[in-house]
Design a protein around this ligand. Sequence first.
Ligand SMILES: *Cc1c(COP(=O)(O)O)cnc(C)c1O
Length: 237
Amino acid sequence: MLIDNVTDILNRMMRAAVLADRSPDTVKLVAVTKKVEIEAIEEALDIGIRVFGENRVQEAKAKIEHFRGPGKDFTEKALSGVQWHLIGNLQKNKAKYAVHLFDLIHTMDSAGLAEEIDRQALKINKTQRVLVQVKLAGDETRHGVSEEKMMSLLKEISGMSNIQLEGLMTMPPFFDDPEQTRPYFRRLRELRDEAEKAGLLLPELSMGMSHDFEVAIQEGATMVRIGTALFGERSKQ
Ligand SMILES: *Cc1c(COP(=O)(O)O)cnc(C)c1O
C-alpha cells in the first residue's frame, strides 16, 4: 500500500536526520513518478505528497496537464503547494516546455542550456529555479558538469536574470552497498561548501534515492528523490 510506503520512508528520513543531528524538516521528499500511473499519483496527492519528480519532459507534460489547466476536476485546494521537479536530463530543444512545466530543474549542466532556460523564462516572466547537476570524479555517467568546470558554470548561471540557482544535484553510480555511495555524497557537499566560500549561496543538495537516501541525509541531502521504495519496481521498458 502506498500509504504504508510513504509512512515508512518519511519515518526513515526523519530518523536519519535526527541521527545526523539535523532537523527533520530540512530534508524534503521528492516522489519520483516516472513510469508511474496517474491513479497512483492521484493517490499520492491524497495522502499529502506535494513534490513530484519526473525524468522526461514529454511524459511529465501529459501528467501535469492532467492536473492543471481549465476543465480539470482538481480544486485549487487539492493542488495547493504541489510542485513538479525535472530530475532527468534536459535537451536544449525542450527547454521551453521545461520552463512552462517545472518548478525546479535539477539537471542544469551546461552554459548553453542555462542560456536557453534563461531566455525562455524571460519570455514568460518567470524566474526558473534550478540545481546544477555535477558529475563527480570516478563517475562514468553521461550527464552533469565535471568538478573542474562546475565553479565557472555556477558563476555564469548566478549572473542570469531569470534563473535562480539553489544548489547542486548528483546521481552517483549504483552500488549494492549504499555505504559505497557515501564518498560521492560527501564530495558534493564539499563542492557546495567551496562554492559558498566563493560567495555563492547553494542551500539545496539533491542526492539520495530509494536504496541510499539515509546515507545521503547523513551527508547533508536536503532533497531525496525516491521512486521504487514508494511506488514499487518500474517496468524495464
Ligand atoms: C529514477 C530516478 C530516481 C529514483 O530512483 P529509485 O531508485 O526508484 O528511488 C532518482 N533520481 C533520478 C535522477 C532518477 O532518474
